[in-house]
Design a protein around this ligand. Structure first.
Ligand SMILES: [Mg+2]
Length: 254
């Protein structure tokens, strides 16, 4: 295609949550277990409960994804989310009840963890021919644990975590840290991620070509011409997409 970039990337970066690790569906499954055990929450559908939880999580991430909070802060935020869910269900639950719900949720979440279908195979396949990095917003301990859970500790070459870097996506600083670790220039890299703001616009701002992993087929927020994939299967298709590059259009600047 005229005007397209057709080079092999020398490094591929992946987002973690909802790109490699299936945070959303693990969350939904854990909430389902909590709902099953608590009739006062069961007045809400699982879909409603899940969406409300994600909304609260998204809002909390704006402040909690930054650097260096003790675990008690995250536990308190989780309990606050459950108080909000209970309120949504018309139940004025006590702080102690909210803590119990959030502890039960956390236990179910850990037990029900899962990878995004095809993600681990894709990372392993890509890593055969070039360095692979993970660029992710969250706490170091949490994200290292996810890498281990996915069995990718010895596969990925760089693990760039916002807490360690002191900057979070979409800040170009975290992408610059990833490029420095890979000793790569922006145009040599590709970033695969599910978040339009953090991964697509963040990568573009840093000069890195993004591939939008749009598993839930969300509407495209802007008209930027960005490669998009809804599934990592078949692997050969996404591998081609990583190589092929994306058309350049008038809306190239974020
Ligand atoms: Mg993500």
């Amino acid at each position: 295609m005229a005007g397209s970039v057709g080079r092999e990337p020398s490094v591929v970066f992946f987002d973690m949550d909802d790109t490699l690790f299936d945070h959303s569906l693990t969350c939904r499954a854990a909430l389902g277990e909590v709902r099953r055990a608590e009739p006062r929450l069961a007045v809400l559908s699982l879909d409603r409960l899940w969406q409300t939880y994600l909304d609260h999580l998204g809002a909390a991430d704006l402040t909690l994804g930054t650097v260096g909070h003790p675990p008690s802060v995250y536990a308190a935020a989780r309990a606050a989310r459950f108080r909000a869910l209970a309120a949504d269900a018309g139940w004025s639950c006590s702080p102690a009840e909210a803590r119990e719900l959030s502890t039960a949720y956390r236990t179910h979440y850990q037990r029900l963890r899962r990878a995004v279908p095809g993600a681990v195979e894709l990372v392993r396949r890509v890593a055969r021919s070039r360095p692979v990095g993970v660029v992710t917003n969250n706490q170091v301990a949490e994200q290292v644990d996810k890498v281990e859970f996915l069995g990718l500790s010895t596969t990925i070459d760089f693990l760039i975590i916002s807490e360690a870097v002191g900057a979070e996506k979409p800040d170009p600083a975290i992408f610059r840290a990833a490029l420095a670790a890979a000793r790569a220039r922006p145009r040599e890299a590709v970033m695969v991620g599910d978040s339009w703001t953090n991964d697509v616009l963040g990568a573009r701002r840093a000069g890195i070509r993004p591939v939008w992993f749009n598993r839930f087929r969300k509407p495209r927020p802007t008209r930027h011409q960005v490669a998009e994939v809804a599934s990592f299967r078949p692997l050969a298709r996404i591998e081609r997409l990583l190589r092929r590059g994306t058309p350049r259009g008038p809306g190239r600047a974020p």
